[in-house]
Design a protein around this ligand. Structure first.
Ligand code: PRX
Length: 632
């Protein structure tokens, strides 16, 4: 059975059925996969605990579904084309059979290192085929992977390694990024020196930097796998065994490890991939995300492979060697479905259309957007200049926690409306709640976006801290999963995402908690305290604005201090989280009980000079005038 819906009417019928008979609906879809043992129950759930179990009693290995299952028909079909950063370097490709063999060899290597089912393995790697092999080998042996975006700092890496108590890190000597080479190995050395759980580090040679290898700990990637057998009996996993942990930021505290499990994640990523992108046999799909984010997990690795697709993996960046690179890659591989982020679209838009028109984009059938709201101007530019006004734009709304796309059009089947993510996928039951937790039934009224029923790839817990999962997602509104986003619904039932309603900022589609950035800033020796807010940014969607109180009075030193603060954030989190603006202030607007009134700071960051509403509870209202006067 193909998982693909073929008309809007069919979508409507499926949607209705998925709400009325969810167990039957998902049971039938799950039947299309290979299970070593069939499940006893399709779904057991309780959002209060929360406890969510899909396909309980079922046993499977996801890699048998995305490799072995396809071999009779697809052994020689390309699974991935790999396009290197350097436009003149030779690309590579890997077929399903070759990928199977490499994954088995790596799995044997992992076993040799003593990696067992349930062990945690951190992957800190570039966008190369070997990264996919490493990910899938973890899944094949039953180890839990935790991929850490290679733009995170040594410190951020250490936090995640420590939280997961990982035994192994898989990394590379470095990575290529435009004209730069980034050293990963020394970052790992630095990061894990205080992580006692780590027993080994596997290093892939990507930039020929000949790093120093630590005897007894470090192993070369190919030395480990060369000569290994190309067969490996996949570990038997329970449907609800952990598949991976992926750390993501929230309003409070350190990033938390979102946990996804084997069975439900498999069913939903494949189902959503085929339907949203209307992927057809023989098509070439390209998702430009990094494998370090959930988009890369679900729509570079798992979804496309589960569906037997051919995809592109790109090592580089959209503007190297010039702003035509994405379009050059689309032309080269005759990409049919292209999936990227609004921030990339806006950045490329600023280079004009001449460079786009140098390339033949006629292979494109569906173009997608993910990660942040897409503004109307960017939507129109994308639709007209990339999709040539014939390709539907699928504006896909989802989250690390949802595992797969939740709200979106389905290729060219669904009506489109710029800036509206659109309709829920079958099985997804969104609601908008008011601040009292009542469901909003009127159209065009903003509310808190929640889900009232589980779907197969919903997060199960946050690693090592179930209470945190409950408090973050299931306690704001009893009986609902709370997304943290505000949204509206139009008269046709399409959803429009307004943005986060919590202290999370979305910078170029990357999620950061304001508290997390403040903590990083506060590690700076000159800083007494700080407050961070988001503000509208033309390219990044949101920029980071930091208000900082320091213990130096001499204004001549401010520039040095600002750059030292940027270094602190780069060290603690990574350069991706560095503030765009740092304003040195004499004090922060606090209430008498000591709470920072971020509402005011947000308005100032947006350029507001007056009208801050009720400021009577402020300890010192004069602080506001001084901040406004010196705002950037
Ligand atoms: O605010 C929403 C925004 O990104 C958040 C999730 O971030 P993350 O877990 O990093 O996952 C990003 C990729 C799936 C959401 O809470 N977001 C994501 N997609 C959209 C979006 N906002 C508006 N429109 C979207 N299409």
């Amino acid at each position: 059975m193909s998982l693909r819906i073929q008309s809007f009417e069919e979508y409507q019928a499926n949607y209705k059925n998925s709400v009325e008979n969810p167990e039957q609906f998902w049971g039938e879809i799950a039947e299309t996969f290979f299970w070593q043992k069939k499940w006893d129950n399709v779904l057991d759930w309780n959002f209060n605990e929360p406890s969510i179990e899909w396909f309980k009693g079922g046993q499977l290995n996801i890699t048998e579904n995305l490799l072995d299952r396809h071999l009779p028909e697809r052994a020689n079909q390309v699974a991935f084309y790999w396009e290197p950063n350097d436009i003149h370097a030779e690309g590579k490709s890997i077929t399903y059979q070759e990928l199977h063999n490499e994954v088995c060899k790596f799995s044997n290597g992992l076993k040799e290192l003593g990696i067992e089912k349930g062990d945690r393995v951190c992957i800190y790697m570039p966008m190369v085929l070997e990264s996919v092999v490493a990910i899938l080998a973890c899944a094949r042996v039953g180890a839990v992977h935790s991929i850490i975006f290679a733009g995170f700092s040594a410190h951020a890496l250490a936090d995640r390694v420590d939280d997961a108590k990982a035994k192994l890190v898989i990394t590379a000597d470095g990575l290529n990024r435009g004209t730069k080479k980034v050293d990963l190995k020394s970052m790992v050395d630095e990061g894990i020196k205080n992580c006692p759980s780590i027993e080994n580090v596997i290093i892939l040679n990507c930039i020929d930097s000949q790093p120093t290898m630590q005897e007894g700990r470090d192993i070369d990637y190919y030395q480990l796998i060369n000569g290994q057998s190309t067969m490996f009996q996949a570990e038997k996993m329970e449907a609800e065994d952990m598949l991976f942990i992926l750390y993501t930021s929230g309003s409070t505290g350190k990033p938390k490890g979102v946990v996804h499990t084997c069975g439900g994640y498999m069913v939903y990523t494949s189902y959503s991939f085929e339907n949203v992108f209307q992927y057809n046999e023989g098509d070439v799909f390209w998702c430009t995300a990094d494998i370090g984010w959930i988009t890369g997990h679900s729509y570079i690795v798992y979804g496309p492979l589960l569906s037997g697709a051919t995809s592109v993996i790109f090592e580089g960046i959209p503007t190297f060697p010039d702003a035509g690179r994405f379009w050059q890659v689309c032309e080269k591989y005759k990409v049919n479905q292209f999936y990227t982020a609004p921030t990339a679209i806006r950045a490329l838009m600023s280079h004009g259309t001449d460079i786009v028109n140098e390339y033949d984009l006629s292979s494109l059938k569906v173009i997608g957007s993910v990660g942040e709201p897409i503004n109307e101007e960017a939507w129109n530019w994308y639709y007209e200049n990339i999709g040539k006004s014939k390709c539907p734009v699928v504006d896909t709304w989802w989250q690390t926690e949802t595992g797969g796309i939740m709200l979106s059009g389905l290729g060219d089947l669904s009506p489109m409306n710029p800036t509206h993510a659109g309709y829920p996928l079958p099985g997804i039951q969104p609601v908008l709640l008011d601040s009292k937790g009542n469901e909003i039934t009127e159209n065009e009224k903003e509310g808190y976006l929640c889900m009232k029923f589980p779907w197969p790839s919903i997060l199960r817990t946050t690693y090592g801290d179930h209470e945190r999962c409950k408090n973050t997602y299931f306690s704001n509104y009893d009986g609902y999963y709370f997304t943290g986003d505000g949204a509206k619904r139009n008269k046709n039932g399409m959803y429009r995402i307004i943005g986060r309603v919590d202290d999370v900022i979305n910078v170029s589609g990357h999620r950061f908690g304001t508290a997390e950035i403040e903590c990083a800033i506060n590690t700076n020796k000159f800083v007494i305290e700080s407050a961070v807010v988001g503000y509208p940014h033309d390219i990044k969607g949101q920029g980071i604005y930091a208000y900082v109180v320091i213990d130096i009075e001499n204004e001549e030193d401010y520039a040095i201090i600002q750059s030292s603060i940027i270094d602190s954030v780069s060290n603690e989190i990574g350069r991706i989280a560095k503030p765009d603006k740092i304003q040195i202030v004499t004090g922060l607007p606090k209430t008498r009980s000591g709470k920072i009134m971020r509402r005011i700071l947000r308005k100032i960051a947006e350029g507001e000079k007056a009208n801050f509403g009720d400021t009577s509870t402020l300890l010192d209202p004069n602080v506001v005038d001084s901040i406004v006067e010196n705002s950037i």
